[in-house]
Design a protein around this ligand. Sequence first.
Ligand code: ADP
Ligand code: MG
Length: 343
Amino acid sequence: MANSIAKGLLLSAALMLLAACNDANTRPQIDIEGKTMGTFYSVKVSGTLTESKQQLQQEIDALLEQANDDISTYRPDSVLSRFNQNTTAEPQPIPRGMADIILTAQRIGRDTGGAMDITVGPLVNLWGFGPDKRAVKVPSQQQIDAARQHIGLQHLKLLSDSRGEWLQKDLPEMYVDLSTLGEGYGVDQLVRLMARKGITNYLVSVGGAVSSRGVNGQNKPWRVAIQKPTDRENAVQALVDLQGYGISTAGSYRNYFEQDGQRYSHVIDPVTGRPITHKLVSVTVIAPTALEADGWDTGLMVLGTEKALKLAEEKGLAVYLISKTDDGFSAVMTPQFKAFLVQ
Ligand code: ADP
Ligand code: MG
C-alpha cells in the first residue's frame, strides 16, 4: 500500500498494462479504474458481462474497501490498527483473508532470513514512512535501538480454531505493517471476484501488482511491461504474459527522502534498522499469487542484488532484478522468469 497518491502515480508506471492497440476490437472490452490503498486500481475484462459495468465497479470498490478496513494502517479503526493499538497478549479475532496474508508473510519472512518482516512497523514509523507523516529526518542510533526492541516475527502468533482465526503478540508495543503486501492482496481479491463471476479474460492491477488471464479485446494475450528505471515514460525493459500468475515490482528509487545528499528509501533492512542503500533498484517477481509476488519483491529488495539472486535461484523463483551500475543499469533474470517473456 503506497503512502500517498503521488507515490501511487509513480508506482503504477512501474508495470505498464499494454492493453491498448490500434486494431479493431474483435471482442468487447470493459475498462474500470479507481483509487484504493493510496494508489490506483485497474480492471480490464474482455468478453460479454452478465451485469452492467457500474454494477461490477460497485462490487470491486466494495471488495477493496473491505480490504482497507481489514489491513490498512492508514485507517485508525481497521482490524489491523485495532490489533496494533491493543497492548494486551490476548488473541484477537481477525478475518480469514488477513490470516492468509500473515501466514504468507511469516513464510517469506523465514525464507528471507527476516529481510521481509511485517513487524518492522516501529522502524518504518521512526524513519517517517508510516501513517503519522511526521517531518522526516535521520533518527539517532539510540532511537533505532529502542524501536528494534519491539520487532520480531517470533513475537507474533497466528491461531486457528473452530470459531475462526486469531492473532496474538507477546510484545505490547508491537506494530504490524502489512503495507507492502496490500497491493498483492488486493489483486488476488480481484482475481477471486473474476473467478466467482466466471470471467476468464481479465487483467487486474493495484499499484505495482498485476494479474492477468486469457486474452484482451483484440483476442491477443494481455501483456505486462516492466519499465526501465528511468524518468522516461514508456521505456520498456521486458514484456511478459502472466497466464493467470501474479506479478509485483518493488522499486527502491520511488519513495524516499533526502538529507545531506543521501537518499533514504522507505524499505527498511530489519537487521540494521536502517533504509536499504545498495545498488538494487528494482525487483520484479512472478508467482502463483500476487500476494506471494508482493512479499518476495520486498524481501529480495532488502537483500540486495547478489543475495537476492542466490536465494531466487535456490527457491526456483521467477525474478527480474535491475541494479544501478557506474554507467547505467544492468538487468538479470532467473530461467523461471524467462519462461514468461514474450518477444
Ligand atoms: P515498493 O513498491 O516501493 O516496494 P511498498 O509500498 O510495496 O513499496 O512497500 C514499502 C512499505 O513496506 C514501506 O512503506 C513500509 O511500510 C513497509 N516496509 C518497509 N520495510 C519493510 C520490510 N523490511 N519488510 C516488510 N515491510 C517493510
Ligand atoms: Mg512488496
